[in-house]
Design a protein around this ligand. Structure first.
Ligand code: 13P
Length: 256
């Protein structure tokens, strides 16, 4: 059976109590949607508030620590996310790799911690512009997938249940309005898919591969219709219900 597209909004460090009105509107819009899985990852302070209200969308975090608890001031564990109603967490976003020097090994540990806490994981990968221009995009992304993806029985189990996804987000396409060429997206998603199957075996084919980077209501239809693109991780356009639901609408069409 074809996988259900997964449309995830990453609010990054944006949002407020007042902005939950947009999240509520997204939740209401998602009520009518049966063929696409919709989720939002607001910043930590809003997760519990949204998780308590949302009924049609998934709610998740944007990062977690590798440990369950302990002396890690300012950090939040996957178990804490699970406890307040989060159903998934994004790990290894390029902004965290850049701002917090996160390595592939650390990202994998975070992903394993999330699976151990019983929540889903979206592992982010993506090359910089210099890496793409240098002809190294597939090598770099392949290395990130090999180094960051959770492995073992927990990962296979999560993959089989649709709880393990990868987001391919070329760094140069994030927040820039520049979208990767669809042919390049198709090639990269195929390469990632092959790598994931090498790592997880048959279960690897159940890992959804989302595209991210300047996705909006205008370009979503073409991207989501591309072979191997099973969803989108959306930044800026997820902050308003109107623009995010336009992407959800494109996913519904692409999947019909
Ligand atoms: P934009 O959609 O704002 O380019 O952000 C993409 C992203 O980084 C989502 O995680």
């Amino acid at each position: 059976m074809a996988q259900q597209p997964y449309i995830v909004g990453n609010w990054k460090m944006n949002g407020s109590r007042a902005m939950l009105a947009e999240a509520r509107a997204i939740d209401r819009g998602a009520h009518r949607v049966t063929t696409v899985q919709v989720a939002l990852a607001p910043p930590f302070p809003l997760i519990a508030l949204l998780a308590e209200e949302a009924s049609a969308i998934g709610v998740g975090g944007q990062d977690c620590h590798t440990a369950i608890k302990g002396a890690h001031t300012g950090d939040v564990s996957a178990a804490m996310l699970a406890d307040i109603g989060a159903g998934f967490v994004i790990v290894g976003h390029s902004e965290r790799r850049r701002d917090h020097d996160e390595t592939d090994a650390l990202v994998r540990e975070k992903a394993q911690a999330a699976l151990a806490a019983g929540i889903g994981v979206i592992v982010c990968v993506g090359e910089t512009l210099a890496e793409r221009d240098g002809g190294h995009a597939e090598t770099v992304v392949g290395r990130q997938v090999t180094g960051s993806l959770p492995l073992g029985d927990a990962a296979i189990e999560a993959a089989l249940h649709g709880n393990l996804s990868i987001a391919y987000e070329p760094v140069w396409a994030i927040g820039t309005g520049r979208v990767a060429a669809v042919a390049d997206v198709i090639a990269m998603h195929a390469a990632i898919g092959a790598r994931v199957t090498d790592l997880l075996g048959e279960a690897g084919s159940k890992v959804r591969i989302l595209y991210g980077g300047s996705v909006n209501g205008d370009n979503a239809a073409e991207l989501l219709a591309a072979p191997g693109v099973t969803g989108a991780l959306v930044g800026g356009a997820s902050l308003a219900a109107e623009t995010f639901l336009a992407i959800v609408g494109a996913a519904i069409k692409a999947n019909s």
